[in-house]
Design a protein around this ligand. Structure first.
Ligand SMILES: NC(=O)c1ccc[n+]([C@@H]2O[C@H](COP(=O)([O-])OP(=O)(O)OC[C@H]3O[C@@H](n4cnc5c(N)ncnc54)[C@H](O)[C@@H]3O)[C@@H](O)[C@H]2O)c1
Ligand SMILES: O=C(O)C(=O)C[C@@H](O)[C@H](O)[C@H](O)COP(=O)(O)O
Ligand SMILES: [Zn+2]
Length: 368
């Protein structure tokens, strides 16, 4: 078993990674059960395919399940209200732990519910999508979406444990696997050019279901994320903001497509990273060759890398208007994640939004 620690003083916690771990979950989750019972929250897709394995793995521990609809629209006030009402009815106490079994949607929602339920109860992440295994289950960003934008209501609230079983990816639809892979590639683009090259070599086999490669990518990704979160838990030091590569553009694209399955989060991030590299090249900060290499790898793996691929036809001005809700806004200015090259991402604080809008208009024309 691989164990990686997120080091945050008294809020430190382990990430456990092993093929088959869900089927032995009782070994690590027994300590979180009260009166022989655990409350597991899952969406309906995941419950159908992975809950039986978790139940079996918990052995004698009783499982109370709360099922929610699948999809981004579940990160809503309505579902948060329904979930917290249900947890209160189940008499969850502050000292209890609830279990999020699912992708990033369930993890973000359940984490936020745990943060506010009776002013905070415990929670455990059992991520089942590639995206959740490499990114969202680690680091304690919890949230729901608001009408104005992505993750605008939430809290930094760390789980007590993350249990990762790569075998659960066997039931993940191919499109969801690709979307999660975008966040894997992100770690290479941020500060690890060798890992980006690893992705170029191994991405296709990983996406085709090679469990050894998936396990390697998960361990590498969460180790990178744990390191960054340990340095800058609340995104105040400029370090954690690097994990937002592709997200300022990406969240605007998600807003424009209605936070729906028209464009998945990982797909929006893929397109956002390609845009970020091409914008960096257009500003003379990064070589055109690197921007092209990034675009090519994302496109080769079937991810959107242009506005047209992403199905977005909005003007640059409209996309920039979405960006004004970005949580990185500081004193009315929006810092951008740009790059000097692959593995050389940095936070630029002096980007003119008019340049961004003009660039996006040109992108829309080039590919129309
Ligand atoms: N908190 C963070 O740090 C963080 C990081 C990245 C993304 N996110 C958020 O995560 C969300 C996206 O997460 P996601 O891509 O996991 O989406 P998701 O939770 O909607 O899961 C994707 C789909 O795959 C299904 N699924 C998940 N695991 C499965 C499995 N093993 N077998 C079969 N089906 C399975 C789900 O039911 C869903 O339909 C977004 O809301 C994004 O904002 C948060
Ligand atoms: O953990 C982080 O920090 C990230 O930025 C990871 C992102 O992949 C994730 O999508 C996150 O939810 C985006 O954060 P936000 O603060 O822009 O909502
Ligand atoms: Zn993301």
């Amino acid at each position: 078993m691989t164990e990686i620690t997120v080091s945050l003083g008294e809020r430190s916690y382990p990430i456990l990674i092993e093929a088959g771990l869900l089927g032995r979950a009782g070994e690590v989750l027994a300590t979180f059960a009260r009166a022989g019972r655990l409350i597991v929250i899952a969406d309906e897709h995941v419950a159908a395919v992975q809950l039986p394995t978790l139940r079996a793995g918990l052995g004698a521990i009783g499982v109370e399940t709360i099922l929610l609809p699948a999809g981004e629209s579940t990160k809503s006030w309505a579902q948060l209200e329904a979930l917290t009402d249900r947890l209160i009815a189940l008499e969850v106490e502050r000292g209890d732990h609830i279990v999020a079994l699912g992708g990033g949607v369930i993890g973000d929602l359940v984490g936020f519910a745990a943060a506010i339920l009776k002013r905070g109860c415990g929670f455990v992440q059992v991520p089942t999508s590639l995206l959740a295994q490499v990114d969202s289950s680690v680091g304690g960003k919890t949230a729901i979406n608001s009408k104005a934008g992505k993750n605008l209501v939430g809290a930094f609230y760390q789980p007590s444990l993350v249990l990762i079983d790569p075998l659960v990816l066997a039931t993940l639809p191919a499109r969801e696997m690709r979307a999660g892979y975008a966040e894997v590639v992100k770690y290479g683009l941020i500060d690890d050019a060798a890992f980006f090259a690893w992705c170029e070599t191994n991405g296709p086999a990983l996406l085709a279901g090679d469990v050894a490669l998936q396990t390697q990518a998960i361990a590498h990704s969460v180790a990178a994320k744990a390191r960054i979160v340990g340095e800058d838990e609340r995104e105040t030091k400029g370090r954690r903001a690097l994990l937002n590569l592709g997200h300022t553009f990406g969240h605007a694209l998600e807003a424009e497509t209605g936070f729906s399955d028209r464009l998945l989060h990982g797909e929006a991030v893929a397109c956002g990273m390609a845009l970020g590299f091409r914008f960096s090249a257009a500003m003379g900060m990064c070589s055109g060759a690197d921007a092209e290499r990034v675009t090519r790898h994302l496109a080769d793996t079937g991810l959107p890398s242009t506005l047209s691929d992403a199905g977005v036809r909005a003007s640059g001005e409209a996309l920039v208007a979405h960006m004004l809700h970005d949580k990185k806004m500081e004193g009315g200015k929006l810092p951008f994640l740009l790059a000097h090259g692959i593995g050389e991402t940095f936070l630029a604080k002096d980007v003119a939004l008019a340049d961004v809008a003009r660039f996006l208009d040109q992108e829309a024309m080039v590919v129309a």
